[in-house]
Design a protein around this ligand. Structure first.
Ligand SMILES: [Ca+2]
Ligand SMILES: [Ca+2]
Length: 498
């Protein structure tokens, strides 16, 4: 009902009630009042009620009226929905002028872009409707070409108040460069009908088009991490998954054991047993999917150091919150990232200097270090039932750099990240688009002189772009801050478990 104000001056309450009852929807009609009056005669064969008792979730398509489509021509689906080709009556825009100044003389803000037009200056509450003609009932892939200069922007695809899909618009830099992203599938029934695209709570996303149906074009590749290895994340996950399947021995001694365990696995590429620490809640029932916290240690330490310190505080926190905790070694490197002091956030020249001095040997070592982390994750996922909507990554110092690096590069794993005292990430050459909706807890110690300034610059940069960041400082030095913030880290993750 949030958009009822958009009918102001366009429909009487009586007519509105008529629309609501006839469309069979709980809220605002997908078609405007002016176009609806002609539909009773022209759309009797539309799909709106043709399947009302069959499959669920997709039976609420508002009837479409061909004459209300842009240029009187419904958009044929499967096909391309150009954002600027919205219906003659079906739209709401919060500013009366076309602020982009292009293409159509309505309130909707349309800008000329390379090769066409896009809807820009979107704002909360705005929507666009499209009269489409769907060829056949089925699942239709959705791809969008969108961009935003801020994080957390969303668009919603719906039909007559039935939610179809949320478009999480990636943060795509200061210029809100367009990115082409796959969004999953929606179910559509055949016939003439109206699809609505609504703007979420935050303003400024822009959209070129939606493709609904089989898409054969290019998708935008993730931004490669300029300060990391050349490993491909999707390939690496697959390789580690295969490795885990070939390595694990279901039912062997210790299989799915509970409690605090020092583990190791044979890593063929380094011809060695590589350790990892695993803490499994003693309260686990042996069946339920467990939330997972992966921890990355700081330089000069190993997979056990932080788990054991302060009377096993980290292990106790995992136990207390019911998390399985996996602490990786990151064999022989820094988890794949090349950044360390003084290359903190906001110091791109320091980062460039550091990268210029990286040897091939170091790159090779980092690739192994990164692979070790992914191996451990897949070994744990292969042995234990893991709630894949509740996987979290944290680390300290060098492991904070690893958290930024592994966190964004392998973002499909994670439901939240908590880097501690180590702003080892840069604005350029980093897939910030992967963190557009990622909850972040960034912590720092006021006595951690070399990293404090970078962490504050990073905090301000993230907040200015509306990333989902919580920032906390404690009065301690670089090492002393860890026991002070660890309870916050685990509580932060616990709050994100679905
Ligand atoms: Ca406008
Ligand atoms: Ca607008």
């Amino acid at each position: 009902m949030t958009y009822l104000h958009t009918f102001r001056g366009r429909a009487s309450p009586l007519l509105l009630a008529f629309i609501l009852s006839l469309s069979g929807c709980g809220g605002d009609g997908g078609t405007s009042s002016s176009s609806f009056s002609s539909s009773s005669s022209s759309s009797s064969s539309s799909s709106s009620s043709s399947s009302s008792s069959s499959s669920g979730g997709s039976n609420h398509a508002c009837p479409g009226v061909a004459a209300n489509a842009w240029q009187g021509t419904p958009i044929e689906l499967p096909g391309r929905v150009e954002a600027e080709n919205f219906d003659l009556e079906g739209f709401y825009d919060s500013t009366p002028q076309n602020q982009g100044g292009a293409y159509r003389d309505t309130a909707v803000d349309i800008a000329a872009i390379n090769g066409g037009y896009a809807v820009v200056n979107t704002d909360a509450g705005e929507y666009l409707e499209y009269t489409v003609n769907v060829a056949a009932a089925g699942e239709y892939q959705v791809v969008a070409k969108v961009g935003a200069a801020g994080a957390g922007r969303t668009l919603e695809l719906s039909q007559c108040d039935t939610h179809l899909l949320t478009v999480a618009v990636p943060y795509s830099g200061e210029d809100a460069a367009f990115r082409t992203i796959a969004l999953g599938a929606i179910h559509l029934e055949p016939g003439l009908q109206v699809i609505r695209l609504s703007v979420g709570d935050l303003p400024g996303a822009k959209i070129d088009w939606l493709h609904i149906g089989n898409y054969t074009g290019e998708l935008s590749a993730p931004t490669p991490v300029a300060f990391g290895t050349m490993l491909d994340s999707a390939q690496q996950i697959q390789a580690a998954r295969t490795f885990a399947q070939n390595t694990l021995r279901p039912g062997a001694s210790g299989w799915r054991a509970k409690g605090d365990q020092r583990r190791s696995y044979y890593f063929p590429e380094v011809n060695a047993q590589v350790g990892y620490r695993l803490v499994v809640p003693s309260s686990w029932d042996g069946v339920s999917a467990l939330p997972l916290v992966v921890f990355l240690h700081g330089a000069g330490n190993d997979e056990n150091s932080y788990v054991d310190q302060n009377n096993r505080q980290m292990a106790r926190l995992a136990e207390q919150h019911g998390f399985i905790l996996a602490s990786a070694l990151g064999y022989g490197g820094a988890y794949g990232t090349m950044l360390r002091l003084p290359a903190v956030f906001g110091q791109p020249q320091e980062a460039a200097n550091m990268l210029a001095s990286i040897t091939q040997e170091r790159r090779a070592a980092e690739a192994l270090s990164e692979r070790d982390v992914i191996n451990v994750i897949e070994l744990v996922r292969g042995e234990y039932p893991i709630n894949d909507k509740a996987m979290f990554l944290t680390g300290h110092s060098m492991g904070s750099g690893g958290t930024w690096y592994i966190g964004a590069k392998y973002s499909s794993y994670w439901a939240g990240l908590a880097p501690m005292s180590g702003p080892f990430v840069q604005e350029q050459g980093y897939p910030w688009e992967n963190l557009s909706t990622m909850p972040l807890l960034v912590t720092e110690g006021t006595g951690a002189t070399p990293s404090l300034t970078g962490s504050r610059v990073l905090r301000d940069w993230l907040k200015a772009r509306e990333f989902d960041v919580t920032y906390k400082e404690v009065n301690a030095d670089h090492a002393g801050m860890v026991p002070l913030v660890l309870p916050d880290v685990f509580q932060f993750f616990a709050n994100l478990v679905p």
